[in-house]
Write a protein that binds this ligand. Structure first.
Ligand code: NAP
Length: 275
């Protein structure tokens, strides 16, 4: 129970990595706010969502939306938990949700910026500015909005843990995903800049750089592409969400207090040269 008495906020936690991270933080003793664009109770307009993200439209209304049920599972562990709709691109909504978490669960000590979009794949001549800017707005500015909302609480208490879920493509580059690659690289710059600023206030800021992880979203890829990914990964497999969450729990804990500004790959070796 290394995180007993701490309050965590996880973004984009309705499924995939975010869901696994929320559950792992709960299992480690934290009270957890599970937030996402999608919640079970809402019947979303798929057409409108489709203009925003192919993945959001695909999963909306399906059993893969587990924001409320993840919070319920965390409560069965004896923790407090909240499921809330929160769009990370909307700073006013983020501020409101963070204030509500403070009232219901306690002030946020641990923030995991996991929300992300990764469906914008096309060669440069087929890229458009709207989608490029959406990638930056969700993946990078979204993280900034959430950090800005929790920072005053962390500064006041003299303790905070911010963990940004970037990607190993931040360093390797992302073929046909210039917006995704740039946004994830930007998250490392954001991490290191705020690590410098947080250091004097007991706030650590780190980035986790997953390789290919077998989440519901990644399973939608063409099976042939997944085979190619397995083949060029030294461990010859994709990772599991449960192989990312333990590092996040560790970085969120007291024992990781001297680690800050780090960008840690968890890739099965996929970030190394293979031939
Ligand atoms: P995912 O299932 O698509 O999860 C992303 C989550 O973010 C979704 O629940 C999505 O909600 C949510 N989201 C998108 N825009 C949002 C917004 N504006 N506000 C709040 N939530 C929003 O993908 P995943 O595989 O679990 O990935 C999770 C994170 O890890 C992402 O940041 C991704 O870039 C990163 N990552 C994943 C891998 C991998 O191989 N899986 C590798 C490296 C990095 P919707 O339901 O609306 O779509």
């Amino acid at each position: 129970m290394t995180l007993s008495g701490k309050t965590a906020l996880v973004t984009g936690a309705s499924r995939g990595l975010g869901g696994a991270i929320a559950l792992a933080l709960g299992a480690a003793g934290a009270n957890v706010a599970v937030t996402d664009l999608l919640v079970e109770s809402e019947l979303p307009d798929k057409e409108q969502l489709g203009r925003y993200s192919v993945l959001a439209a695909h999963f909306a209304g399906s059993e893969n939306v587990r924001t409320v049920s993840t919070a319920a599972e965390i409560k069965t562990m004896g923790r407090k938990s909240l499921a809330m709709k929160m769009d990370v691109t909307n700073p006013d909504q983020v501020q409101m949700v963070v204030a509500e978490i403070a009232a219901e669960l306690g002030e946020v000590d641990i923030l995991v910026n996991n929300a992300g979009v990764m469906d914008n794949m096309a060669a440069l001549e087929h890229q458009n500015l709207t989608m490029f800017e959406r990638d930056l707005k969700v993946n990078l500015t979204g993280a900034f909005n959430c950090i800005q909302a929790v920072w005053p609480y962390m500064k006041k208490s003299g303790w905070g843990r911010i963990i940004n879920i970037s990607s190993f493509v931040a360093v390797s580059g992302a073929f046909a995903q210039p917006g995704y690659g740039a946004s994830k690289a930007g998250m490392i710059g954001l991490t290191r800049s705020l690590a410098l600023e947080g250091a004097g206030h007991g706030i650590t800021v780190n980035a986790v750089l997953p390789g290919f992880i077998e989440t519901e979203a990644v399973q939608l890829h063409d099976p042939k592409m997944l085979d190619r990914i397995r083949a060029r990964t030294p461990m010859k497999r994709l990772g599991k969400p449960k192989e990312i969450s333990p590092l996040v729990v560790f970085l969120a804990g007291e024992d990781a207090g001297f680690i800050t500004g780090a960008a840690i790959p968890v890739t099965g070796g996929a970030d190394m040269f293979v031939f």
